[in-house]
Design a protein around this ligand. Structure first.
Ligand code: G1P
Length: 293
């Protein structure tokens, strides 16, 4: 029996410099796609994949994320008085169970690898997931649930979400050097963080969903700084490859890079078009705008 993945880490300490001035006082994870902040989509995806414990690695200026996942009695009583039971129910359903959320401060932004390492004590000795909220995925089955299924078929191990990107963009991603490939599952032979297109082993990129064995913490503990002078998760996973296997999963769904302005705007359109309460009006607006171009 493989160990169940019960815990997920949400690194939310990043500064969001690509989205200034919006992110000067507001965490980028609170940017809304239609009417929900990015971090809510990430938590919902984790819950739908069976995650029971949620560990946020935060930083300065991020406390409103904690408020978002807390009860708001004043708001709830106003909604109640006004008979807005739908909204009230939605708010209450969006909350993870009491006692299932932990917040830990990453005192200095030293990179994704360091952020994940900060969650070490909360994870202990069990496999866990990592979700990067600015990689938003629109899909029928949540991406993490697809990865969980693959992990069960593989009898455990480390799984990364993967996607082909334009070759010219390899320097934005962790890139996989692929081995055996059945078109969906890809054996990871090597990993390199943000390689120049001229040095990239492929254009198969790691997208922000990971299922990892806890041995990654021992490696992160002594991980030297890598690309961007940061402690990189990709470098630690690359070390793990010496002793354990990794698979990339080409997930079903569309991924939006919501840390980028165009990706964020695209996501808003796509998610609005996917909502039965908004799609008709949105379609009309888009058609009229397109006709005027
Ligand atoms: C991070 C990872 C990178 C991965 C990317 C996916 O980079 O370091 O390996 O491909 O997320 O979005 P970041 O976007 O935080 O620079």
């Amino acid at each position: 029996m493989i160990k169940k993945v019960r815990k997920a880490v949400f690194p939310v300490g990043g500064l969001g410099t690509r989205f200034l001035p919006a992110t000067k006082a507001m965490p980028k994870e609170m940017l809304p796609i239609v009417d929900r902040p990015l971090i809510q989509y990430a938590v919902d995806e984790a819950r739908e994949a069976g995650i029971e414990e949620f560990i946020f690695v935060t930083g300065r200026g991020k406390v409103i994320i904690e408020d978002h996942f807390d009860r708001s009695y004043e708001l709830e009583s106003v909604l109640n008085e006004r008979g807005k039971t739908d909204v009230l129910e939605e708010l209450q359903n969006g909350l993870p169970k009491t006692g299932s959320v932990a917040y830990i401060r990453q005192q200095e932004p030293q990179g994704l690898g360091h952020a994940v390492w900060c969650a070490k004590r909360y994870i202990g000795n069990e496999p866990f997931a990592v979700i990067l909220a600015d990689d938003l995925i629109l899909s029928e089955k949540p991406c993490l649930a697809q990865m969980m299924e693959t992990r069960e078929q593989m009898d455990g191990g480390n799984i990364l979400a993967a996607m082909e990107v334009p070759h010219a963009h390899t320097s934005r991603y962790g890139i996989i050097s692929p081995g055996y490939d059945d078109g969906k599952k890809v054996e990871v032979k090597a990993l390199v963080e943000k390689p120049d297109p001229s040095k990239a082993p492929s254009n198969l990129a790691v997208i922000g969903r990971y299922i990892l064995e806890p041995t990654v913490f021992n490696i992160l503990e002594n991980q030297a700084r890598g690309a961007g002078n940061e402690i990189q998760l990709t470098d630690a996973m690359s070390d793990m490859l010496k002793s354990t296997s990794f698979y990339g999963l080409r997930f079903d769904g569309t991924r939006f890079d919501c840390g980028d302005k165009i990706g964020f705007l695209h996501a808003n359109l796509a998610f609005a078009l996917n909502r039965s309460d908004l799609s008709h009006e949105m379609e009309d607006i888009i058609r009229k705008m397109a006709a005027d171009l």
